[in-house]
Design a protein around this ligand. Structure first.
Ligand SMILES: NC(=O)c1ccc[n+]([C@@H]2O[C@H](COP(=O)([O-])OP(=O)(O)OC[C@H]3O[C@@H](n4cnc5c(N)ncnc54)[C@H](O)[C@@H]3O)[C@@H](O)[C@H]2O)c1
Length: 270
């Protein structure tokens, strides 16, 4: 039996595939032989990341859809299947988080954290994943083969360390890393386990990939506090996560389901 990582024309849907990590995953999946359907809420010709340049329509197509809309997802599935046949893989990568400059109703004290923000984050980060699993995973189960990867975060297995953000409070800001993102990412781990059991005999594998922070010109004060917490001594770059994504889409991971694979530079080891 093949043990390699050749994806040999496997059709893979990458949600949020125009984003920082999603575009890296889309590129590497295509380079390893997959046909990649990028699904993103904000598509359009002006938003094609340079990383995706040069990939022809036979290898990568972009579809505009919101993961919170079941009908939009069904529409994408129909178009993808008409072009390329059954979907084999799904990377549930689309997610939102409160930006560092969000208002105090989001980045302030837990006691005042906005209900609207909580609802929106659970809607995209949890319900959106559930809907994608229903729409694309259901087809995989019917076909008897597939792989789903839910993108998690170290903040879904550990609490954010609020001491990392002390430098902002020292500057007089009211800043705490908010709660909803963490809750949403930990919810994915049991959605993964649930579906791994539910679809185990149907040939659909479901796993969570847990990532740590990606370098994006963060505030030097933040880096001063954060870097000592990473045994490998640096924040991630998107390509650090490419290998695990390809692995989980390939037959090399054929006996792996229901698992939480942590790729975090050692952050959770201490
Ligand atoms: N960047 C990090 O430091 C980091 C760390 C750990 C985990 N993660 C996880 O990795 C994944 C990708 O993160 P990123 O940094 O590339 O984010 P990003 O913001 O660069 O990309 C997210 C993409 O998702 C799309 N999107 C958002 N809402 C959507 C919706 N409702 N429907 C469809 N598409 C939608 C956005 O348009 C965007 O293209 C996320 O799940 C994130 O939680 C990121």
């Amino acid at each position: 039996m093949a043990s390699g990582q050749d994806l040999a024309d496997r059709v893979v849907v990458v949600t949020g595939g125009l984003g920082r990590l999603g575009s890296s995953f889309s590129r590497v999946l295509a380079e390893n032989g997959a046909r990649v359907a990028v699904l993103d809420a904000k598509a359009g010709p002006k938003r094609r990341p340079p990383l995706l340049a040069g990939l022809g329509e036979d290898r990568l197509r972009v579809f505009e859809a919101d993961v919170t809309s079941r009908s939009a997802l069904e529409d994408v599935r129909q178009q993808v299947e008409a072009a390329w046949g059954p979907v084999f893989g799904l990377i549930n990568n689309a997610a939102i988080d409160a930006p560092p400059d969000a208002p105090v109703s989001e980045n302030g004290p837990f006691e005042d954290y906005s209900e609207a923000s909580f609802d929106r984050m659970m809607d995209v980060n949890v319900k959106g994943v559930l809907l994608c699993c229903q729409v694309f995973g259901g087809g995989m189960a019917a076909a008897g083969a597939g792989s789903i990867v839910n993108i998690g975060s170290i903040y879904g297995i550990l609490s954010p360390d609020q001491a990392l953000y002390q430098y902002r409070r020292d500057r007089g800001e009211t800043f705490f890393k908010p709660v909803a993102y963490s809750v949403s990412k930990s919810a994915l781990m049991n959605l993964t386990r649930y579906l791994a059991v539910y679809w185990g005999r149907s040939g659909v594998r479901v796993n969570t990939l847990v990532f740590a922070g990606v370098f994006a010109d963060q505030d030097p004060e933040f880096l001063k506090a954060y870097l000592p917490k990473i045994p490998l001594g640096r924040m991630a770059e998107p390509a650090d996560y490419d290998g695990p994504v390809v692995f989980l889409m390939s037959d090399a991971a054929r006996y792996m389901t229901g698992s939480t694979m942590v790729v975090d530079g050692g952050f959770s080891a201490m």
